[in-house]
Write a new protein. Structure first.
Length: 168
């Protein structure tokens, strides 16, 4: 086993010899100096943490690690941009002033749905509300004290009754 001082000297030698080229590869890949610098440091940190068993092709190992880190950073950047765009779009939709005609139409539709549900048997209305809230058949069965095998049939009947009452 190598002495710690020998390990430090070997690491310093590798750092001095390969730093500029690893940084150059990452800069060309990413086009961002600070990110290339960060990933170059990360590459050498990985070398320090878990160096390859054989130093025969240390340069290849360093470039492979650097390229993987670089490609991961590019993918993360694309995901971040997509998430930020989606979040910005949602913020625009949520913060946009509602169209008065849409708000009135939505309120009327909700009132009509509630009126139809009020006319139905309570269990059927509960079945519809629970299913359209995203509950599974098993969860509906547990919530209403029904046999899990009967939920599908009861739900189909309730949906048919709702459709008949809702669309005269």
């Amino acid at each position: 086993m190598a002495e710690p001082a020998d390990n430090e000297r070997a690491f310093e030698a590798a750092f001095s010899e390969h730093y500029a080229r690893v940084y150059g590869v990452l800069f060309r890949l990413l086009g961002d100096r600070s990110e290339a610098e960060d990933l170059t440091v990360e590459t050498f940190w990985r070398l320090w943490q878990r160096a390859p068993r054989s130093a025969d092709n240390l340069a290849g190992w360093l470039y492979r690690v650097a390229m993987r880190l670089g490609y991961n950073a590019l993918r993360a950047g694309r995901r971040r941009v997509r998430y930020e765009l989606e979040a910005g779009h949602e913020a625009l939709i949520v913060n946009a002033p509602p169209d008065p005609a849409d708000a009135v139409e939505l309120a009327q539709e909700r009132a009509a749905v509630r009126a139809v549900l009020d006319q139905m048997k309570p269990r059927d209305a509960q079945l519809l509300v629970l299913r359209h809230s995203g509950l599974s058949y098993a969860e509906i069965a547990a919530a209403l004290g029904l046999a899990p095998g009967s939920v599908g049939t009861l739900l189909a009947r309730a949906e048919t009754e709702f459709e008949q009452r809702y669309a005269p």
